[in-house]
Design a protein around this ligand. Structure first.
Ligand SMILES: CCCCC/C=C\CCC/C=C/CC(=O)SCCNC(=O)CCNC(=O)[C@H](O)C(C)(C)COP(=O)(O)OP(=O)(O)OC[C@H]1O[C@@H](n2cnc3c(N)ncnc32)[C@H](O)[C@@H]1OP(=O)(O)O
Length: 306
């Protein structure tokens, strides 16, 4: 009660001085450690992110919601540089304690085409290690964010594209696109963190079927199995629906919400934290298998021939 009142009345106007006093009062009242409490204080300062051409962050000063737009033409292939930009953007959002984030794309018909196949084909080990580690970082930060997240899926979202969307808490997708985890069709084994996000979204049975078959679902079928939560006719509407989802948290204590989210996702996050190196090694040895390399090479050719 005290916290809810505190949050709703101080969201925009709390000065640093007031914040210090209130921190003292509340930490005494709730017997919380001061550092612990500051972590969960509502945002008092909104920001526009320094321009990064690959990821644009636009924070609405009124709602405190950030729209994070991936901007790597033509299809938002997830390269090392795009992951680095996303990782930095997620740090900025966390440090500025925004109210929520919506992930979307500037490509008109593609949310993200998944991992950039150029990173997977004939890879250099040092670069791939940096790529994979940054990919892990992005997942840990997105899946484990203290703020609520939603994805406005305004185009196709195969493989890594679907993976980013299911790392968020809510998904709104535009009609007539495809979404799913088609890794097995490329001879790729789903990593631990992919399985965790999928199991957290659809039933275990659907996750098993979807991952082993490598199915790409239409928007309508994705809704039926719960891979997405809503359909919206176009991008602006999808963002609006995501905003509505995030706005529901205005009436919920952000401390209670964050701790609850964290406790539900903690096991999955720890599972990766505890085996990051092993996760890399497994994927590296799978990736450099000549048969996997051939499959990826042929697949890249088939995409170019279209
Ligand atoms: C063992 C190690 C790895 C283990 C990883 C395992 C799991 C990790 C968790 C998630 C990871 C998943 C792995 C992946 O993400 S692999 C990537 C899989 N992606 C796909 O299968 C999608 C491929 N692309 C498409 O199906 C289509 O491009 C589309 C997204 C439906 C869009 O179609 P369209 O609008 O018609 O565009 P084009 O097909 O003409 O493409 C334009 C342009 O972009 C190139 N391109 C497309 N996708 C990729 C890509 N993923 N990476 C790099 N480049 C891509 C395509 O070749 C065209 O290039 P040109 O203009 O030069 O012809």
């Amino acid at each position: 009660m005290l916290l809810t009142l505190f949050e709703s009345h101080t969201h925009f106007f709390l000065s640093m001085f007031q914040k210090m006093i209130l921190t003292k009062i509340i930490s005494n009242t709730l017997s919380l450690h001061k550092k612990q409490l500051i972590e969960w204080l509502p945002a008092v300062r909104y920001f526009s992110s320094p321009t990064n051409p690959l990821v644009n962050v636009d924070v609405n000063d009124k709602s405190g919601i950030a729209v994070v737009t991936m901007n790597r033409k033509p299809v938002n292939g997830l390269s090392l540089e795009l992951f680095e930009a996303m990782s930095k953007a997620l740090d900025d959002l966390e440090n500025n304690r925004i109210r929520g984030a919506i992930l979307t794309s500037s490509c008109p018909t593609v949310f993200s085409a998944g991992l950039d196949l150029n990173e997977l084909y004939q890879p250099d080990k040092k670069r791939f290690k940096a790529f994979w580690t940054t990919f892990q970082d992005v997942w840990l930060k997105l899946y484990g964010s203290s703020f609520p997240t939603a994805a406005a899926i305004n185009g196709h979202a195969p493989a890594g594209g679907c993976f980013l969307a299911i790392s968020c808490e809510y998904r709104v997708m535009c009609p007539d696109y495809k979404i799913g985890l088609n890794e097995t069709r490329l001879g790729i084994i789903a990593p631990i963190f992919l399985r965790a996000s999928m199991r957290n979204t659809v039933s275990n049975r659907e996750a098993e079927k979807a991952l082993t078959l490598g199915t790409l679902y239409s928007t309508e079928d994705a809704l039926k199995i719960g891979l997405i939560d809503e359909i919206a006719i176009y991008k602006v509407k999808a963002i609006e629906r995501c905003e509505n989802f995030l706005a529901q948290f205005n009436n919920v204590s952000s401390i209670a919400r964050s701790f609850t989210k964290r406790s539900l996702r903690q096991k999955d996050l720890e599972e990766l934290e505890n085996c990051r190196e092993e996760d890399f090694n497994i994927f590296w040895s799978n990736l450099i298998e000549p048969s996997v390399q051939k499959q990826i090479g042929d697949y890249m050719q088939s995409l170019k021939k279209k």
